[in-house]
Design a protein around this ligand. Structure first.
Ligand code: AHR
Length: 664
């Protein structure tokens, strides 16, 4: 049986790629009869702290384990002592009830000079340091009296000092103080370290030892890595989903994402182990924790910065069903529901409300305009539906305008999906979140998935998808031109069904080359560089060429979804007054196309062609060749009422043509 299944799959791929070079393919676009509105949210992004996406990723903090709260308090730190003296450096904890980050380091020195006593932080697989850039070093400290000087040094892999300064803590007493100093790096290094050596005599307590570059996104102190955020901003995403992903659910309920613990002063945000630290035995990441320096306030701010609608997902009282599957009993679900209601108040409430005031105190009096909220990530079964009903009643009761995103489980088919799909529609679910991590051929075969979905009722959020060159969670998955091309073909099917699909996002988003757990990913980074994959450029082209109204594009009265190895969608951009046609050729031969532009509109005689193309389906982008597969722009001649063009083999093309104003 399995053998036949394999044969069938191979046949379908091959038939999709069959060549048909001789005949001109005739398509027609109905240019003045829009079928549906394309929502501004249509193409968005999915952010999760996986693959060191947040700590070690967009959160630009360079010091790992800055507050000594990892399970092993000195993980990431190395102590150098000459001669060794017992008790010179110890880990202590602040005394108090439920303190979020109690541990600190106590350093005792006696006439210390260079070479006697130092601590060195290794960063997140090293620290990316840029020549000439200023860095902000800061720490929290307390000392009974002055006497200890801190020498701050950046060290490259050759053990050379590539930036240094001296910090003299000047406050004394039993209270904690924060002190900061800025200094410049004198060389570039991909994997530098931060050394602090101590001079003088005394006892000093240290906590929150931090180093940030100053070239953060919007130059915000303690902010985000600008190159990574720029790649997101360039996509002009319609929404940003955060903070995941499985991380929302946690491996047990205690490990779930709790947004209230991620706001306010960063030293009061309670650190948690990252669930991806231990998820895959074949990709262990023992130093992966969430400091929440990047928390819900920062996510909302990021959404605003990049013009994306915020789409937070919260725990529904169910831990990851692949892990502990721990449930909050139904009669104890209220605090989870209250978290959802309070989140809406935090985002949208007046500054006189409890949570709106906190937003205001954090520097954002204006509301964040939250319109959508997800309840649960990949949750399923009757337990999910029972809990969801409680959330739905409470949220709609208090905030009827908020749209709820509902889970349809982990897969886009099968008994689990089918039963949820029926039940959610009965509950009048606003959005059903579908996930597909599948082979490229699945994407080609399913480009017509939504053609027969009901136009009324629940809308679709294609919340997580990515073509897998090998198989789901395989370490061999690559971001090839084949994965990207098959996604482009599939995405024409999403856009052709704009009346049904209103949000879509590729997942996961980021991966650090030295610290990833899951592949493929949209954007790969090291400590200094980031690049968009082939899949990134497909996403970016769709998002930046979306249009506002869907038009019909047909071949012999049928939607263009795989016949002659072609996939197509068309739309109108009402602001720029352009017709946009998207064409994906998944065959290995050039396709001659004639598109007749039906209707009363007239068009300019020249248009713009944006194209992604490569003859090698296994080709990938890389740090060395980040733009190998990236959009190329050229001019294209347009006839009075038609477009004649040749589509290169293995290509994704977008044609934009100005609509001429009608003569008065
Ligand atoms: O994107 C990686 C993971 O895939 C997400 O955390 C989860 O929702 C899905 O299973």
């Amino acid at each position: 049986m399995r053998f036949f299944k394999h044969l069938l799959t191979s046949f379908l791929i091959v038939s999709c790629f069959v060549s048909n070079a001789q005949n001109k393919i005739v398509l027609s676009v109905q240019t003045d009869k829009p079928i549906a509105d394309i929502q501004p949210t249509m193409w968005g992004i999915f952010f999760e702290d996986i693959n060191m996406g947040a700590d070690g990723g967009i959160y630009a903090e360079l010091v790992k384990n800055r507050s000594f709260e990892f399970i092993k308090p000195l993980m990431g730190w190395k102590i150098d002592q000459q001669p060794f003296k017992e008790g010179a450096i110890t880990v202590l904890a602040k005394q108090g009830v439920n303190l979020p980050n109690p541990r600190f380091l106590q350093v005792k020195t006696n006439n210390a000079i260079k070479g006697n006593l130092s601590i060195t932080n290794e960063g997140f697989r090293g620290m990316g340091i840029k020549n000439g850039l200023a860095y902000d070093f800061s720490l929290h400290y307390r000392q009974p009296k002055t006497g200890v000087k801190l020498h701050i040094e950046l060290i490259n892999t050759a053990k050379e000092i590539i930036g240094s300064t001296i910090l003299i803590p000047n406050e004394t007493g039993t209270e904690w103080h924060k002190q900061a100093i800025r200094f410049k790096a004198t060389a570039t290094a991909l994997k530098a370290q931060l050394r602090i050596w101590f001079e003088g005599s005394g006892t000093i307590d240290l906590d929150m030892i931090s180093l940030f570059p100053t070239d953060t996104w919007k130059n915000r102190p303690g902010g985000m890595r600008a190159d990574m955020i720029q790649l997101l901003a360039d996509m002009k995403p319609g929404f940003i989903r955060f903070p995941g992903g499985c991380i929302v659910e946690g491996f047990d309920l205690a490990n779930r994402y709790q947004w209230k613990k991620t706001i306010g002063p960063i030293e009061e945000r309670e650190l948690k182990i990252n669930r991806w630290n231990i998820e895959f035995a074949h990709r262990p990441t023992p130093d992966y924790f969430q400091t929440f320096g990047l928390g819900f306030f920062e996510y909302f701010q990021l959404a605003e910065d990049i013009g994306a609608e915020p789409l937070p997902i919260i725990s529904c009282g169910m831990a990851c069903q692949f892990n502990s599957a721990e449930l909050a009993p139904l009669d104890q679900i209220d605090p989870f529901v209250q978290d959802a209601l309070d989140l809406i108040e935090f985002a949208n409430g007046k500054i006189t409300s409890k949570w709106g005031k906190i937003r205001n105190d954090m520097g954002h009096p204006a509301p964040f305009n939250l319109k959508m909220l997800g309840v649960g990530n990949e949750n399923w079964g009757p337990q999910y539906l029972e809990r969801l009903a409680v959330f739905q009643k409470a949220i709609k009761g208090k905030y009827p305008q908020i749209k709820i995103v509902n889970s349809s489980g982990t897969d886009p088919d099968g008994a689990r999906f089918d039963s949820l799909n029926v039940a959610l529609r009965k509950m009048n679910a606003d959005f059903i979140d579908e996930h597909y991590y599948r082979k490229p051929e699945w994407f080609l075969q399913n480009a017509n998935r939504y053609d027969h979905y009901p136009r009324n009722g629940s809308k679709i959020f294609a919340g997580e998808y990515a073509a897998q060159s090998d198989k789901t969670v395989s370490v061999n998955n690559k971001n090839t031109w084949l994965t990207a091309l098959s996604e482009a073909a599939f995405m024409t099917g999403l856009e052709r069904n704009a009346a049904v699909v209103q949000l879509a996002s590729y997942a996961p988003l980021f991966a650090h080359i030295d610290a990833w757990q899951w592949s493929p990913d949209l954007i790969w980074v090291n400590n200094l560089q980031s690049y968009g994959t082939t899949d990134y450029y497909v996403q970016k082209l769709f998002a930046t060429n979306k249009g506002h109204k869907e038009l019909s594009i047909m071949q012999n009265n049928a939607v263009v979804s795989g016949q002659d190895s072609l996939f197509a969608a068309a739309s109108i951009d009402e602001i720029t007054q352009e017709l946009i046609v998207k064409l994906v050729n998944v065959s290995n031969v050039k396709k001659s196309i004639n598109i007749s532009l039906d209707g009363s509109k007239s068009f300019a005689s020249q248009g713009k062609l944006l194209q992604l193309q490569n003859d090698n389906l296994q080709q990938t982008n890389s740090f060395e060749q980040p733009f190998l597969i990236s959009p190329k722009e050229s001019a294209i001649e347009i006839g009075t009422k038609n477009i004649d063009c040749a589509l290169s083999p293995y290509s994704f093309s977008i044609i934009r043509i100005k609509i001429l104003a009608k003569k008065q």
